[in-house]
Design a protein around this ligand. Structure first.
Ligand code: 5GP
Ligand code: MN
Length: 318
């Protein structure tokens, strides 16, 4: 890949890197960022891995989390590397800063991505962590345990624990190399799937109580309101992948979870079993993602929008 060589050449020449991903960061976003941060440091570079919200509890154990900065750099002499996102509107509080920089590199694997970046590596691969893996290979960076644990986490997260459609032989051979470099598969799987806070189950109970099946059982939809988060003492990341869980209902093709993240502001998670392209569906509402996992955000009342969404989803199967 020519762009990979160009990126590696540019990275060798530059000294200071501002790393950023998307809002509501998941394992791929954070693992890719921390894996790349550790690698750049091993090359003697200065890094500023940025998050504009507290790291979700499920990723707070990752090696190198103490490197994360929750504020922006005071000057603009940085090369930005945007991970798992190709759209300025998805990078939250750092958008203006990134927009002001001379050089912006993008590594993303979303089918419906944006057009951000001067140098873009956008490939439909199983995880952004895999693109970071290839970039590090191009840079001849030896895989340390810190890099390996973070990239393994990225790949584990976005393949749903090596279960989803994009889980290719390539994913396993990469996982093998990362395991050989010190990533512990059992530990990472346990940290990511067996330490959920009780507040997650409190939300799940509400999601299941409100679950509706539409289009003769092909669509599953549910909703969480902002007061539910208070009632359950839950954080924004607690319902991560509930929409994936609902997709496991036999016969369901598409799932939608409407989440009121702030009063009057909603984020919708969409999942598909493969027949329907939910990235394209999300794009109708200004969002994006992958064929089988996508989402969008908008300002609306969750109750009102829930009804619009029901009709739009039913129309997919009419
Ligand atoms: P989740 O439902 O887990 O938040 O997101 C599922 C997938 O859709 C992820 O790959 C995520 O990056 C993408 N996605 C979620 N919300 C949005 C959005 O508002 N805009 C875009 N472009 N992608 C989104
Ligand atoms: Mn991803």
């Amino acid at each position: 890949m020519k762009v990979l060589e160009e990126m590696a050449a540019l990275i060798r020449e530059r000294e200071r890197f501002f790393l950023v991903s998307h809002i509501n960061p998941d394992g791929d976003a954070i693992g890719s960022m921390l894996g790349l941060a550790a690698a750049l440091e091993s090359l003697g570079k200065e890094v500023w891995p940025y998050l504009d919200e507290e790291i979700p509890r499920s990723y707070a154990w990752l090696p190198g989390v103490e490197k994360i900065r929750y504020s922006l750099p005071p000057d603009s002499r940085w090369t930005a590397i945007v991970l798992d996102c190709g759209d300025l509107s998805r990078i939250g509080g750092a958008a203006e800063f990134v927009d002001s920089l001379q050089e912006v590199l993008v590594l993303d694997h979303h089918e419906v991505s944006g057009d951000l970046g001067h140098l873009r590596l956008v490939e439909p691969i199983f995880a952004t962590g895999a693109l970071v893996f290839y970039l590090l290979r191009e840079l001849s960076v030896p895989l340390t345990r810190e890099i390996a644990e973070n990239l393994y986490t990225a790949i584990f997260s976005d393949t749903g624990g090596f279960r989803f459609q994009q889980t290719t032989a390539e994913a396993f051979s990469m996982a093998k190399e990362l395991a050989e470099a010190g990533a512990d598969p059992a530990k990472i799987a346990e940290m990511l799937t067996e330490h959920y806070p009780l507040s997650r189950f409190c939300l799940l109970k509400l999601v299941l109580e409100r679950l509706r099946l539409l289009a003769e059982g092909k669509v599953a939809i549910s909703v969480l309101k902002s007061e539910d988060y208070e009632r359950c003492q839950a954080t924004k990341s607690d319902p991560e992948d509930f929409a994936t869980f609902l997709r496991s209902i036999d016969g369901v093709e598409v799932t939608a979870l409407v989440k009121e993240v702030k009063p009057g502001e909603i984020s919708v998670s969409l999942r598909s079993r493969g027949r329907v392209n939910v990235a394209r569906f999300a794009a109708r509402f200004g969002g994006g993602g992958h064929r089988c996992a996508a989402g969008f955000r908008l300002k609306d009342d969750p109750g009102r929008f829930y009804h619009i969404l029901r009709q739009e989803l039913e129309a997919l199967f009419a």
